[in-house]
Design a protein around this ligand. Structure first.
Ligand code: NI
Length: 160
């Protein structure tokens, strides 16, 4: 297990534009493996490299209906979005809080895998929300900058 510390949005790393990955080497593989372990351990849906202090364009998203169907997106780009959804969104870097954010209902991205090969992936609802959220991280944007407001304690408790 290679767990990395998840930074909070107080850290400057969460607010910087990340650089593209150019070397598909053992250092990248180690980062990806550690991010995978860290994402599983945290119970989150997605994790971006800046959240573990690495300013490179790498995100992991759990796209599975079941848990731990984790896909690695390197140098991801948004290809297409459609529709709209509005609802609560959380982030491992903003622990214990959820905010109301408007996102597209559908999103399609292209990215490289760990071998440098390009692929496409698409999703609706939570997956589309997660693609948008994680790609924002690579441009230094945390969802709290886009939300209307945080959910109140009362609203949080009502969901449980
Ligand atoms: Ni996040």
């Amino acid at each position: 297990m290679g767990l990395r510390k998840i930074l909070t949005d107080k850290e400057p790393a969460l607010h910087k534009v990340c650089k593209p990955v150019t070397n598909f080497d053992s250092k990248l593989f180690k980062l990806l493996d550690d991010m995978r372990d860290t994402l599983i351990e945290s119970g989150g849906v997605g994790l971006a490299a800046p959240q573990v202090g690495i300013l490179r364009r790498v995100v992991l998203v759990d796209v599975g209906e079941e848990n731990n169907e984790i896909v690695e997106f390197i140098n991801p780009e948004m290809l297409e979005t459609d529709g709209e959804q509005y609802g609560p969104e959380g982030c491992l870097s903003v622990p214990g809080k959820y905010g109301l954010v408007k996102r597209p209902y559908y999103a399609k991205v292209r990215a490289q895998d760990r071998n440098g090969d390009w692929f496409e992936a698409e999703g609706e609802e939570l997956i589309a929300r997660c693609f948008c959220h994680e790609l924002d991280h690579l441009d230094g944007i945390v969802y709290t900058e886009k939300m209307d407001r945080f959910l109140t304690e009362e609203e949080l408790n009502a969901d449980e």
